[in-house]
Design a protein around this ligand. Structure first.
Ligand code: ASP
Length: 326
């Protein structure tokens, strides 16, 4: 029998409402990981699963210390147990893609790490959590899922950590991989992963995460953005900035003036976009401010890359190489 580790962090999959017809007014992170497993007795045919509760929160309330605990626990579990088939993480859907991407950058093991959530609380009529969990575990014990990077399983689809994003506030089909599409799907016949991911470099896989993380924030582009906000961030010592530029990641003249007016060393900066899909390429702001394109990452994932670059002590050139490798 396959052995799996389930790390529970909360979210709607562990959420509870007073009424089974209630889909939105509920408390996330109520049920423990044990209760989620107990609700799916069919899992006993798939694997022997040990459960650990890393947190039990709405994923908007996850902290860097939870991320550190997840990374350390997964690294230790893989190192300590060569027979462990894989790791499954139950997670709130709101920031699930961020945790998936963080783990993709920091875990270096061929065995599957699979994140799963639910759009309906565990108490709901037609709750999607039990089937999502069952399918995530199908994927985690499948040899087809080895060497595929960190995976997200929702609504029968299997997504890669880099491309996946939450695209809807309601409904069970709330995840997509806009640029590439899902890597595959899972159903009664098993796990289908036709577009296997090529081996990728993992330059950050050995870094140790600190107690205190650098300060990196996201600046959102819009009509009449506030240059003062950028000046205030620079004055307050922000260490990294991710611009969510308009269109193909374009900054406005107000934002550029704020950067130009800053006469000290600029923090490490990345440029993503607010369109939801499509690449961002280098432009004149790269030469002028060292503002690097974020390698097709959405702003929240670009922020994670920048956080880790700072933790690893990389300079602008190092960040540029990291973006190319990502
Ligand atoms: N608020 C929830 C969370 O992200 C939403 C969900 O899990 O669907 O934790």
């Amino acid at each position: 029998m396959n052995r799996l580790l389930l790390l529970a962090t909360g979210g709607t999959i562990a959420g509870s409402a007073d009424d089974s017809a209630t889909l939105n007014d509920y408390t996330a992170g109520v049920l423990g990981g044990d209760a989620l497993l107990a609700a799916v007795p069919q899992l006993q045919n798939l694997a022997t699963i040990s459960v650990e509760q890393v947190a039990n929160v709405d994923s908007a309330d996850l902290l860097f210390e939870h991320w550190r605990a997840l990374v350390e626990r997964i690294r230790d579990a893989f190192a300590a147990d060569p027979e462990l088939a894989g790791v499954v993480i139950t997670h709130g859907t709101n920031t699930l893609e961020e945790t998936a991407w963080l783990l993709q950058l920091l875990i270096d093991d061929p065995r599957p790490v699979v994140l799963v959530g639910a759009m309906r609380p565990a108490t709901a009529l037609s709750a999607d959590g039990p089937l999502n969990l069952y399918q995530a575990i199908q994927v985690a014990v499948s040899s087809a899922a080895r060497c595929q990077g960190v995976l997200v399983v929702m609504d029968g689809q299997i997504h890669g950590a880099k491309a996946v994003t939450k695209i809807a506030t309601q409904g069970v089909s709330a995840f997509a991989s806009p640029d590439s599409g899902p890597l595959g799907w899972v159903d009664d016949a098993g796990v289908h992963l036709p577009s296997a991911e090529a081996g990728r470099p993992k330059p950050l896989a050995q870094i140790q995460l600190p107690n205190d993380w650098p300060w990196v924030t996201i600046v959102y582009g819009c009509v009449e953005p506030s240059g003062d906000w950028i000046s205030a961030l620079l004055g307050a010592g922000v260490q990294g900035l991710v611009f969510t530029g308009t269109g193909a990641g374009q900054l406005s003249e107000r934002e550029r003036s704020a950067l130009r007016a800053w006469d000290r060393l600029l923090p490490l900066m990345l440029r993503s976009n607010r369109c939801g899909s499509g690449p961002v390429y280098g432009d004149a702001d790269q030469a002028q401010f060292g503002l690097l394109p974020a390698s097709g990452l959405n702003p929240q994932k670009a922020r994670i890359l920048l956080l880790l670059a700072l933790i690893a002590g990389l300079d602008q050139q190092g960040l540029a190489s990291l973006c190319e490798a990502a």
